[in-house]
Design a protein around this ligand. Structure first.
Ligand code: ASP
Length: 311
């Protein structure tokens, strides 16, 4: 048994990406994987590892979380995040954050510093400020790329993106994805974290799968799972919990459980990353691609977007 880590930068990947849009994301994935590996090698608890890695992904402007969060139909920001510890099943979640630099850390504070699991909107913002988390003006998130994404989504009268269709017209990525990380240490401690800006052009107040324990994020003593894709489909499927339940009640391996859950979801909607307590890794997706990276103690390491590994 050894440590393992897997992370994603979203399943909203078009069929092709020009180098100027692909390379910064590959570099971001590589950097975040290195951060996670170093933390695991330094014997940090997986909860600290997934928070650390997701913070890095949130700070990267090319992923849809934190800095790169996409805009609501009103041009505003409503970020959401959740985190879960496998052994204790303690978890925390936030929705409707509009000024926080790192929503994942607020989710962790909800878990550790309140009697609750989930805070949203004004209450979540007030709690985060009271805890002293870093805030910024909304202009930090409202980048020219994000304004263009919203404009394109409005022109196409689109909220949920059809990931299966080629995107030849767009010169910015209108389809980006959530970020997430799962990790296990060599004592079998597991944790999962997911963070997102949601969907471009979403209604005000819309909550997706990412902050919902059991849908976008789940961890228990057997596995840790983080999902990405069309939140409404993932919510209906309780995707992350189903992976754990198939292992728990049916004795499936992580790979079998993750593949089964993906098969039940509508094509073109979902991807997930998962690790098991024994260091197994699964990263299935039914979209054209998923920004992803993974490594384990035995020397395996992979960074990939479409079907085949890049390294
Ligand atoms: N799952 C996210 C949501 O629906 C979006 C994504 O993963 O791309 O909010």
């Amino acid at each position: 048994m050894g440590w393992a880590i897997a992370l994603h930068g979203g399943a909203g990947v078009p069929l092709t990406l020009p180098p100027e849009r692909r390379l910064p994301r590959e570099a971001g994935l590589r950097h975040c994987l290195e951060v996670g590996i170093a933390a695991l090698k330094a014997h940090k608890h997986p909860l600290d590892v997934v928070e650390l890695v997701v913070r890095e992904l949130e700070n990267h402007p090319d992923f849809n979380a934190g800095r790169g969060s996409v805009l609501t139909t009103e041009g505003t920001i409503e970020m959401e995040a959740s985190i879960m510890d496998g052994k204790t099943k303690k978890c925390g979640a936030v929705s409707g954050l509009s000024t926080l630099v790192n929503p994942i850390s607020v989710a962790r504070a909800v878990m550790e510093k309140t009697p609750h699991v989930y805070l949203a909107f004004d209450g979540a913002e007030a709690f985060a400020r009271e805890q002293g988390f870093e805030t910024v003006e909304q202009s930090y998130f409202v980048t020219p790329e994000n304004i263009e994404r919203l404009k394109q989504a409005k022109e196409a009268n689109r909220v949920q993106v059809d990931y299966t269709q080629p995107d030849h017209t767009s010169h910015v990525d209108s389809r980006m994805g959530t970020v997430g990380c799962v990790a296990v240490d060599n004592e079998g401690n597991l944790a999962s974290a997911t963070s997102t800006g949601g969907l471009v052009n979403k209604m005000l107040g819309r909550i997706g799968d990412s902050p919902i324990i059991g849908a976008g994020t789940y961890a228990n003593h057997l596995c840790a799972v983080s999902a990405t894709g069309q939140g409404e489909a993932i919510l209906r499927a309780t995707a992350a919990r189903d992976v754990a339940a198939l292992m728990e009640f049916k004795g499936l391996s992580l790979k079998e459980a993750a593949a089964y859950v993906l098969e039940q979801l509508p094509p073109g909607t979902t991807g997930l990353v998962a690790v098991s307590s024994t260091g197994e890794i699964a990263m299935p997706f039914n979209t054209p691609g998923m920004f992803r990276a993974a490594a384990s103690q035995d020397g395996y390491s992979e960074i990939a977007i479409w079907g085949s590994p890049l390294i």
